[in-house]
Ligand binder design. Structure first.
Ligand code: 5AD
Ligand code: SF4
Length: 463
């Protein structure tokens, strides 16, 4: 039996029988950390006899696992609460218990219990083990009014790490494994250090045990998750490169991905290890955020554009077939047109496979909130559109060079479109669709690349 930091319950064994308790529907917003946490929430509740639902109309309890990284993400959730209430009323159904979990619970706490869109329950990122108890109380028709203090559970407990049940719903074939939580970097725009607390590592033996469990349940690929996985450091000095070496030794495991790396922590010995270990996929998601040294300094990103580009060059040298993706913020306070052009220049230089770009959104209480949010919204929109265009042009040129190549790919099942096609992925995270093909999930095949639409390649199956 697994031993877990912080005395959290063992969720690794499947539940023997479906429960007969209230039905819970968990809806997830934000990043992969939340996807993993939702898996843990479902595991905790299932183990306690709750039934898991998949829609808002049938559920007795609806939990929204939320994101605070941008203002828009929070607004979406608040209006979703109103939408759920409205739909249930319109259909003549009783109102469900609605709870807010995740980053918004940490950031807004008790405030979410006030006003017309108030919810019944607020449970933050380190308090999910309180959910079964409090939900039993709230859903028990005979129960007396439960104390207000029970309805809001927030705050950080750094020793406690959830281990979600394996194989609940792998994403793109990859089983998520959170290896640390929180963040010790203080990028000036970012709310995460406040909502997720300081960085705290899951023990290496727990991570390895979790991955062995995933392999036993039939999984072949894991994604090691954290806000800054490359900053992983266990007490005995084991760093991320050392951890990855140990994970690569797990028998039966075929592929290892990881998200998200911090450019400052991409030391040559880590890149050497990624290049050397066959199981580690050659795809690096390394958010640059800005290509301007002045902006990077004000963001406290701890690297400059020259160092970033050197790191990319080194990765290209030691990691065969490596590809890159990145996050970028436009319109950070004080960003000038020249700063923005510096960012575009880096995009042209690196030739990213994929970019996730965002308009700067001021978050209350973070250091950048003391700077004037002085780039007008219209200008942020213009820069975002220009950046997307530069990326599209860069990618179109880059992608065309790959037509005719032969790639090893792994099947991820049926593609959404067109009917009868199959979606696959390369180790370096390129998507391929095969028409008129039916392959088993996880099957490895070789394809010849025949075309490209947006970021998805078309291919033909080779014998
Ligand atoms: N405004 C806009 N984008 C942000 N991000 C983080 N904080 C903010 C913010 N205040 C982006 C960063 C990060 C990604 C997850 O979200 O690019 O890498
Ligand atoms: Fe959003 Fe960050 Fe929280 Fe993930 S950790 S849900 S990206 S605020």
């Amino acid at each position: 039996m697994a031993t877990f930091q912080g005395g959290l319950p063992d969720l690794t064994n499947p539940v023997a029988e479906a429960g007969t308790g209230p039905e819970v529907y968990v809806e997830t917003y934000g990043c992969q950390m939340n996807v993993y946490d939702s898996q843990a929430i479902e595991g905790l509740l299932e183990r306690d006899g709750f039934r898991l639902g998949d829609n808002e109309m049938g559920a007795d309890v609806i939990l929204l696992n939320t994101c605070s990284v941008r203002d828009l993400a929070e607004h979406k959730v608040i209006s979703r609460v109103g939408e759920i209430r409205h739909r249930r009323t319109k259909a003549g159904l009783p109102q469900p218990v609605i709870g807010i979990c995740g980053c918004m619970a940490e950031r807004l706490g008790k405030d979410l219990r006030k006003g017309p869109r108030r919810v019944d329950l607020v449970v933050g990122v380190d308090s999910y083990d309180t959910l079964p108890g409090v939900l039993r109380e709230i859903t028990d028709a005979q129960a007396k009014a439960i104390p207000e203090a029970m309805r809001t559970q927030t705050g950080h407990r750094n020793d406690a790490h959830y281990v979600a049940p394996p194989a609940l719903y792998p994403i793109n074939n990859s089983h998520l494994v959170t290896i640390h939580k929180g963040c010790d970097y203080k990028c000036t725009y970012c709310i995460v250090p406040y909502t997720r607390g300081p960085q705290s590592e899951k023990a290496p033996h727990t991570i390895l045990e979790e991955i062995r469990g995933i392999v036993e349940a039939g999984g072949r690929e894991v994604t090691l998750l954290g806000q800054n996985v490359t900053a992983y450091k266990w007490r005995d000095g084991l760093d991320f490169a050392g951890l990855v070496e140990q994970v690569a030794e797990v028998e039966g495991l075929e592929r290892i991905r990881f998200l998200t790396g911090h450019p400052k922590d991409m030391h040559p010995h880590l890149m050497d290890a990624i290049g050397r270990l066959d199981k580690v996929c050659p795809w690096l998601h390394l958010p640059i955020q800005s290509g301007s040294d002045r902006v990077l300094r004000r963001m406290k990103r701890l690297y400059n554009s020259g160092e970033y580009l050197e790191m990319i060059d080194y990765a290209r040298k030691v990691i065969p077939d490596v590809t890159f993706s990145s996050d970028i913020i436009v319109g950070f306070p004080g960003e000038t047109e020249t700063d923005f052009q510096d960012t575009l220049e880096v995009i042209r230089r690196v030739k990213y496979d994929q970019l996730f770009s965002f308009k700067y959104s001021e978050r209350p209480g973070v250091p950048a909130a003391r700077l004037a949010d002085d780039v007008p919204l219209e200008e942020k929109k213009r820069r975002l559109a220009e950046l997307i265009k530069v990326q599209e042009d860069s990618w179109t040129r880059e992608a065309a060079e790959h037509i005719g190549e032969v790639w090893a790919v792994v099947s991820e099942g049926e593609a959404r479109r067109p009917a009868g096609s199959c979606r696959l992925r390369t180790a370096n995270n390129r998507k391929v669709v095969l028409h008129d093909a039916s392959l088993e999930i996880g099957q490895q095949v070789r394809v010849r690349v025949t075309g490209i639409t947006n970021t998805t390649f078309a291919g033909e199956l080779l014998a």
